[in-house]
Design a binder for this molecule. Sequence first.
Ligand SMILES: [Zn+2]
Ligand SMILES: [Zn+2]
Length: 289
Amino acid sequence: MEVDAGREESEGRSVQLSDEDKGKFLLQYVLSRRGVCSERALAKALKALECDGEQLEDGEAEAQVVEMVGRLNVRLSALDYKLVRQRDQLGAWTYAYVDVLPSEDTKLATPLTIEELKYVQWCVREIVEAGQEVVEAQGTKSVVERSVDEALAQSRSGQDGLNAEYDSKSLRFRVSYTAGARQLFQSDALGPLETERLLTRLCQLRWLYRTSEGQFGLATRALAELQEYLRTQYTVPICTVCDEVALRGVKCQCSEGAWHAPCFQHYVAHVSTACASCERPVLEAIYMA
Ligand SMILES: [Zn+2]
Ligand SMILES: [Zn+2]
């Protein structure tokens, strides 16, 4: 009897991790996912580490992740690394492990040769410039567009309903911050084989994402590593709600108002159904597919 009780106690102790250990596990978890991990996945991992994790609410677990990452960053700063919390291309909170040492041009933690770096800068320009072209929103809708429609539909049923003169629950125009494979193979910086290899690598690193139609856009890691570069080199949409670069979601025709899809959901439900800058109704806004 006594032996059993003793063993139980020591087993109980062995799964009791200190906050520091949990922090280390979280960092390892992010690194094992090529340095990019959603907050939701981290919260789930944290719950798995807690012996009473099942009792932890999702919101609480996410708040704990934010707190732990804050403490981790104090230690990582000595090594010039940081876990950056930001919206991923779909608007979900995500962490990316990045190098914070400033370098003269593009600040990248991803190791690239000079030619590759030139190519990446060229890609970024192609992708950002592609986003200037406004077209009719026809055909299949992207995940982002569907969640924008959902937000619009929900907001009109609420008290802060949309103007009744708009019957349609969807937007008329779209832009897309993506470039096609054919386009991205036209660089002088790299040959076709190197281009192919680099594009594959950049997708694996979650630097680029590739749609089912074969279009490439900037993914979480690019948004984390290039946030300042994008803001200073280009005029890119900045989210009205969270103040981060938004290349997918919705933007107003005035280009001042822009939203990630989850931020848009919040905005039309709780803030307004008109652009804060120009007061155009959000139903006249443009999808960023
Ligand atoms: Zn946002
Ligand atoms: Zn506007």
